[in-house]
Design a protein around this ligand. Structure first.
Ligand code: SF4
Length: 219
């Protein structure tokens, strides 16, 4: 079994000690959580992801994240699932490709709420694990995070690159070690549609919600 806490991120910017971590799921946040624990950074998880569809998938991703947070006693804020607002903001962007305009809206919406919570609850720094996935455009995510934090003079966005220093491979190692639920699409109904369309062209089965889990490596 892998040893936990194998690497440490640099200190928080601005000499701060506390950060609000926006998390989308357990696989993406696992390495970020362990690395921050190793650095003695105090953090709270903010789970605000009204993009995730359907509800069953949303609950699965959230419960896995709660399970891992409880293991370390990390505070977990379960925010709204206001999907009506998400669909309202996504109107007209239904066919926008992944990493396009709809995703900018999606990151903006999630980070705006995260920034508001940080501001109202005394967090001087916010960050996100969204960029650890190689499927994501880190520049796009960081610009959304900086924009959201800029609404409050007492808040900054920490754009640390969690992929570096082995972060990407640690993310998979931890997911296997913990047998996390393995989501097979980004999250929204449109990403589910597009992933299924692609799978059909490859002769693969459509995604089944709630079936796929990471398997521990045999050693
Ligand atoms: S593809 Fe992912 S980031 Fe883009 S809108 Fe859908 S859930 Fe949000």
């Amino acid at each position: 079994m892998s040893e936990p806490f194998q690497r440490q991120p640099p200190p928080l910017p601005g000499g701060h000690k506390k950060v609000l971590l926006h998390s989308c799921c357990a696989p993406c946040s696992g390495e970020v959580m362990e690395a921050m624990l190793a650095s003695g950074i105090e953090y709270t998880i903010y789970f605000y992801n009204p993009n995730i569809h359907p509800l069953k998938e949303y609950e699965l991703r959230k419960e896995e994240n709660i399970r891992f947070a409880e293991k370390f006693g990390v505070p977990f804020i379960d925010a709204d699932y206001d999907r009506d607002n998400w669909f309202e903001r996504a109107r007209g962007l239904e066919w926008s490709p992944e990493r396009g305009e709809r995703c900018t809206m999606c990151f903006d919406m999630r980070f705006e709420r995260t920034a508001l919570y940080a501001h109202e609850n005394g967090f001087p720094v916010m960050t996100s694990c969204l960029g650890i996935s190689r499927w994501k455009d880190m520049k796009q995510i960081n610009s959304c995070g900086v924009r959201a934090a800029a609404a409050y003079p007492d808040l900054m966005y920490w754009d640390f690159n969690w992929r570096k220093g082995g972060g990407s491979s640690r993310m998979i190692e931890i997911s296997k070690r913990e047998s996390f639920y393995q989501q097979e699409y980004c999250g929204c109904v449109y990403s589910l549609r597009d992933t299924n369309r692609h799978r059909v062209t490859q002769g693969r089965e459509r995604i089944q919600i709630g079936v796929q889990y990471y398997q521990p490596d045999e050693s």
